[in-house]
Design a protein around this ligand. Structure first.
Ligand SMILES: [Zn+2]
Length: 342
């Protein structure tokens, strides 16, 4: 089959579009003919290499996968060949305490397609039966692939971790990112007021279209000062952080009394600093968030099917142009998801 493979960490140039053997499935696995695979910032980290993480080589990246069932193992009975599906991106052991309580993302063996195992930048991918989720006939594969990682991440951050309430003020950083563009929608659906930031006016126009109430151009305006101004000096109840070092201190300072900062990433660096006095004197909460459960993915998928939430796709490119797509994502040239068509 055709696939995008890398044999060593590095820049986009390590990604090779080439022929590799088809995956072989076990009796309890499903072979999926990939039709679309969406990129995430995670793909960039996996390609560059993460300290303390061993990525198996040669490696096929890609965590957000949609396609059709091509073959099923002998022990698989509930999935039929030809069925249109998306793959729940997280793979877990399925029987530890975390998995048994529906919190697979806290499983010690948790990994993702395109991370600990081969991903969807290929014509075929093998999947555990538990990861197969059917999609409606009228949902395009590109749309389906744009859902899993960012919708799950944003839902887990806002609803499960920050417990966002109607009427609260939310600051969503980097509205043009996959997580940002979805967080705006989920926060609005909850009945919150959304203040979105982006580095260009063109991205802010799109953030407004997604429902953002107020906008901050962080290349011209100070995020904290604007957040305070827009809330009558009170500050915001929730900050959706995934930028890291470049914004961390301002994000903490933007919080109101009892505010919650929830983070799922640190694309600009890991060393966030802040004055601890703010943490205790303002009753703040700093929350980490990593992916989410399969049950949460079913919830967000239902809301997408009901057209209450919408996948945000910047562009669709052929799989062969995966390296170029990585470059676009690296340069933050996109608004929403870049999807590779297979
Ligand atoms: Zn487990």
């Amino acid at each position: 089959m055709k696939a995008v493979v890398f044999n060593q960490h590095g820049g986009p140039e390590v990604l090779q579009y080439t022929d590799v053997p088809d995956p072989e499935i076990a009796a309890n696995e499903v072979l999926v003919r990939v039709r679309a695979c969406a990129l995430n910032h995670l793909d960039l980290w996996v390609r560059r290499g993460l300290p303390g993480v061993r990525i198996p080589m040669p490696h096929i990246p890609g965590s957000d996968i949609a396609g059709e069932v091509a073959r099923v193992g002998n022990l698989v009975s509930d999935v039929r060949v030809g069925e249109r599906v998306l793959l729940s991106p997280g793979i877990s052991c399925g029987h530890c305490q975390a998995c048994s309580s529906g919190a697979e993302n806290r499983c010690r063996k948790y990994t993702l397609f395109g991370y600990g195992v081969d991903g969807g930048c290929a014509e075929f991918v093998k999947s555990p039966i538990a990861n197969i989720i059917p999609i409606p006939e009228d949902m395009k594969f590109e749309e389906a692939a744009a859902i899993p990682v960012v919708f799950l991440t944003a839902w887990h951050m806002l609803i499960t971790r920050a417990q966002l309430q109607p009427g609260e003020d939310v600051l969503v950083l980097a509205a043009g990112s996959g997580v940002g563009s979805v967080a705006i929608q989920i926060a609005k659906l909850t009945g919150a007021r959304v203040i979105a930031t982006a580095g260009s006016d063109a991205k802010l126009v799109k953030a407004r279209e997604l429902g953002a109430d107020d906008l901050i151009n962080h290349s011209k305006q100070d995020i904290m000062e604007e957040a305070k101004r827009l809330t009558g000096k009170r500050g915001v109840d929730v900050v959706i952080e995934h930028v890291g070092e470049a914004t961390w201190e301002k994000s903490v300072l933007s919080l109101a009394q009892n505010g919650r900062l929830v983070t799922c990433g640190a694309t600009t660096g890991y060393n966030g600093k802040f004055d601890l006095r703010y943490l205790f004197s303002r009753n703040l909460s700093l929350l980490g968030s990593f992916m989410g459960s399969r049950a949460e993915l079913y919830t967000v998928l239902k809301l997408v099917i009901e057209k209450k939430l919408h996948p945000v796709i910047d562009r669709v490119m052929p799989l062969a142009e995966c390296a170029k797509a990585h470059e676009l994502l690296e340069n933050r040239a996109q608004f929403g998801k870049i999807v590779l068509k297979v």
